[in-house]
Design a protein around this ligand. Sequence first.
Ligand SMILES: [Fe+2]
Length: 244
Amino acid sequence: MGHILSTPGRLTGDVVACRRWLAGACCVEYARHLCWASYENVDTSTEDYHMPFELPPLPYAKDALQPHISAETLDFHYGRHHQTYVTNLNNLTQGKPEASKTLEELIRTAPEGGLFNNAAQVWNHTFYWNSMKPNGGGEPSGDVAAAINKGWSNFQAFKDAFSAAAAGQFGSGWAWLVKDAAGNISIEATANAGCPLRAGKTPLMTCDVWEHAYYIDYRNARPQYIAAWWNLVNWEFVAQNLRG
Ligand SMILES: [Fe+2]
């Protein structure tokens, strides 16, 4: 029989061993028996009350971003980390007026702290998944290319500047391409759960540079992950956000 790997808790969404392992069955996917694919290791004690915030489905299969980002990374990043932010947000807002607010409202209005952090991390991760697609990458065309060429001398200069912002973000955070109220686009890096929506800007695309985004595939080599991430950029999503 297995045992509980860590203490389950509503606020932390800590991991417990999957039910197959607890039942003495072999979990074929992970030697460490952290069977996130089944979601069975998410603390289920929260299921007895309304949870208005939900984990959106991934826009592609978990192995669709290989070889640049592995299915194992998405199992943990989406199934564990993103899910935990959703669980935390539901627990933090249970029975409170904030439970009826949108993520965007919470990001713009919540005080610094857990409520903002978890709301922003739910939104940021959904935006990150959509910023990528299988067989993405290359160079943009149309309005996105025009906007980039207006702000930088050419696409390579923009790519180098974005990569430098992503690699240079100290500690956990995000790199963003954003549009301001005047329609100008720029590159930003935010720390931890930071989200440009809070400053009234429109995110166009993002790259997650928390270690959990790349440690399984690239260990501590963040620049290698960033270089691979360019092969996944969903320029149609960027164009949609630029128009929006
Ligand atoms: Fe992340």
